[in-house]
Design a protein around this ligand. Structure first.
Ligand code: SF4
Length: 253
């Protein structure tokens, strides 16, 4: 199947079935989304949503964040991953937002990336979600699912994936495609073992195609049998070892 066809089916399927996909992070303003996205690096959205209500109550805007420091922010985010670093990032981000942007989250990708804790991925999320810019953020889910489906080829870095997605996806779907890929990766095309048995994309997924040829299925079956035989052998050896120990105890008595 041609790459262009995979894109076509991908956009058709999700446009029809998830036309309103959005981020699972809770926020009410660009500032709140920026804070939530910074916190969400290497952490789950669920965890971030647990800490942000109290954090936003105490630090409702860039000015309040700028007036604080990492020590004051830390207790509010102690349960997220890398709380020390993130507390420093948030304090620095608040200060820079006030000093350079009047407390308003900028729309420009370069401006966004001058803020502490904001890399290309976070900047792309803000640009696309808040400002409707034709950008797509590549996180671990987007990276993995794009590669598996075959939307990207030989893309070994997030930037390479981003470039191919931007090249092939219709511009008006870039922002929402980010959510399609994340949600699909979070709930179906999961990292360790993708749930292909319940996935509606099998008919155009490259990974599925490659892993479901007769040869691949035979190989998987052979590996399964080998594993079962090894487990059986281990059980038998354990039984023999226990029996020998028992006999040795009986003999000594
Ligand atoms: S078929 Fe499997 S590998 Fe392909 S997208 Fe679905 S879950 Fe992922």
């Amino acid at each position: 199947m041609l790459k262009k066809e995979r894109y076509k089916y991908f956009v058709e399927y999700f446009s029809k079935n998830q036309p309103n996909a959005v981020t699972e992070l809770h926020y009410n303003s660009p500032y709140q989304l920026l804070v939530a996205v910074i916190l969400s690096a290497q952490c789950t959205d669920k965890r971030i949503n647990q800490v942000t209500p109290k954090l936003f109550e105490r630090f409702p805007d860039a000015a309040s964040l700028a007036a604080s420091d990492a020590d004051e922010i830390f207790p509010y985010i102690r349960s997220v991953s890398y709380p020390n670093n993130k507390a420093k990032h948030l304090a620095g981000m608040g200060k820079l937002l006030m000093e350079n942007f009047n407390g308003v989250v900028p729309s420009d990708l370069k401006d966004l990336q001058t803020l502490p804790g904001v890399g290309r991925k976070t900047a792309n999320v803000i640009a696309s979600v808040v400002f409707d810019a034709p950008a797509i953020a590549v996180d671990t889910h987007v990276f993995r699912v794009s590669n598996r489906i075959g939307l990207t080829t030989r893309a070994t870095t997030p930037l390479a994936v981003e470039k191919q997605l931007v090249e092939y996806l219709p511009q008006d779907t870039l922002a929402i495609a980010h959510h399609w890929l994340i949600l699909h990766g979070r709930y179906i095309c999961v990292a360790r073992t993708p749930k292909c048995e319940i996935c509606p994309l099998t008919w155009f997924c490259k990974y599925y195609e490659q892993h479901n040829t007769e040869k691949a299925l035979l190989k998987a079956e052979a590996a399964k049998q080998k594993k079962a035989e090894a487990a059986k052998k281990k059980r038998t050896l354990n039984t023999i070892s226990k029996e020998l120990k028992k006999r040795s105890v009986d003999k000594n008595n």
